[in-house]
Design a protein around this ligand. Structure first.
Ligand SMILES: Nc1nc2c(c(=O)[nH]1)N[C@H]1C(S)=C(S)[C@@H](COP(=O)(O)O)O[C@H]1N2
Ligand SMILES: [Mo]
Length: 452
């Protein structure tokens, strides 16, 4: 391979802006800017491993999917799509291939192509801890938790009693980290650099949080919840809470808010919060407390660890990316934005020469409004085709979708997916609404494939 070809891929890795300028023409050269032609086209074709049938539509300023940082490129990927491999998680009960984003605290995401199951198996489900990883709780049904604060009858209860007193129900629901998509922000926002894999959709079994709260008798002064768990702060200081978030009381009273002890039909395992956790769908998952010991019912917005400031907060008025933060311009994020992913084929897949029909599969979800449609494009967004999206089983379930696209010739393609929520809000081309801790990035997912 010629040196210049390799260097374009490397340059995209190290200095995307310069690489973009090299391929598409310098910013000062207005006559050429924005078109992939001549030497730029040749270098780009070589870097992505093949001719680019829709090169005329290829947008400047967007890093080609084959060279964008992100999840591991699978075997057989074109060389350009295989940058320095990410570190993989090695954890009991977890599938090979989860990407380790940090080990203290333990954080791992699921690459999009591993979210290909209708229901995310527990072994593929992402992990997000903020504190120490608990050694393992063995209390089982003897696990105790309490509800206090603005209630008439504070409760102290064992998990066994909870199971006996209240009816169990099961919903399939998405759990998604508030920081999912953070790596797409420019400039880099503080925190774990999630791609799209800080999310999964599992069957959660438990009892209605509303029923438990009703049995404690909510006082009229009850406006918010505050969660406390049994995990330890990284510093080892027992007086410090790892995390203590909560939700407006209406969200806790919504019928899908659960106290959960089983995931995918099995007792909730320790790493996902067993014996007992909260699941409040639609919100950033940080309110879905693991190893639950206590819910305090508050007469004001909860002020625990992870509430207020820039934590789980987005800008009210758009702020300058990377600029100074005005905390009075921040509001707590209460709903996750719409997101669609392609789960098959995987990024970097090489298909046999002559492949003309390609089946795509994926998932789409959002916080509270439902997904109204899913569209795919193979020509850098010039034209779109509506995917077939399965109905959700229940509110807060994701929608699995399929589509079949026709490829006019061999070459390099980017498969793009764009989901739209129930209020007509579609995913943007690039992450918008920059905020210091990087919440709410939901640009369209793009997958590079090479035919031939
Ligand atoms: N006790 C406790 N609960 C917690 C956390 C934590 O660190 N401690 N992390 C939260 C965050 S930020 C997320 S995204 C989810 C992750 O749940 P999972 O590890 O089961 O995927 O748990 C939430 N609940
Ligand atoms: Mo999270």
């Amino acid at each position: 391979m010629a040196k210049a070809e390799r260097s374009l891929a490397e340059l995209y890795r190290d200095d995307p802006e310069r690489a973009d300028a090299q391929a598409f023409g310098r910013r000062t050269d207005s006559s050429r800017r924005g078109f992939l032609g001549g030497a730029g086209l040749a270098a780009m074709g070589a870097a992505v491993g093949g001719a680019i049938p829709f090169s005329a539509n290829m947008p400047a300023g967007l890093i080609p999917a084959a060279m964008a940082q992100g999840t591991a490129a699978p075997a057989g990927a074109p060389p350009a799509a295989a940058p320095k491999g990410p570190q993989l998680l090695d954890f009991p009960g977890k599938a090979k291939g989860l990407v380790l984003l940090g080990d203290r605290p333990l954080v791992a995401e699921t690459p999009e192509h591993m979210l290909d199951d209708d229901t995310t198996p527990t072994e593929k489900f992402y992990i997000r801890n903020n504190g120490q990883t608990p050694e393992g709780f063995t209390e089982g049904d003897a696990w105790e938790f309490s509800i206090d604060g603005e209630v008439n009858t504070p409760l102290k209860m064992k998990l066994g009693e909870l199971k006996q007193k209240f009816a169990a129900k099961t919903y399939r629901m998405v759990l998604e980290c508030g920081g999912n998509g953070r790596s797409f922000f420019q400039p880099t926002a503080r925190g774990n650099q999630w791609t799209n894999g800080g999310a999964g959709c599992a069957e959660w079994t438990g009892v209605s949080l509303a029923e438990v709260l009703k049995s404690a008798g909510l006082k009229p002064s009850a406006v918010h919840t505050g969660n406390y768990g049994a995990d330890q702060h990284l510093s080892g200081d027992p007086s410090k809470d790892v995390l203590s978030r909560g939700v407006p009381i209406e969200a806790a009273m919504e019928q899908h808010a659960l106290l959960v002890w089983a995931m995918n039909g099995q007792p909730l395992n320790n790493i996902h919060g067993g014996p007992l956790r909260v699941i409040i769908p639609g919100f950033p998952a940080s309110v879905s407390h693991k190893w639950l010991k206590r819910i305090a019912i508050r007469d004001k917005v909860h002020d625990g660890q992870g509430m207020g400031g820039t934590s789980y907060s987005v800008a009210i008025k758009p702020m300058i990316p990377g600029g100074k933060t005005d905390e009075s311009n921040m509001r707590t994020m209460t709903s996750m934005p719409v997101r669609g992913i392609i789960t098959n084929p995987a990024n970097g897949t090489r298909l046999p020469a002559g492949t003309r029909k390609l089946a795509l599969r994926g998932a789409a979800w959002d916080g509270h409004d439902g997904v109204s449609r899913v569209d795919v494009s193979i020509d850098f967004g010039a034209t779109w085709q509506q995917a077939k999206a399965a109905e959700p089983r229940n509110r807060f379930d994701w929608r699995r979708w399929t589509a079949e696209v026709e490829l006019p010739s061999d070459g390099y393609y980017e498969l793009w997916v764009r989901a739209t929520d129930g209020k007509g809000r579609a995913q943007p081309h690039v992450a918008g609404g920059w905020n210091p801790q990087g919440y709410g990035a939901n640009p369209m997912h793009r997958v590079a494939v090479l035919v031939g």
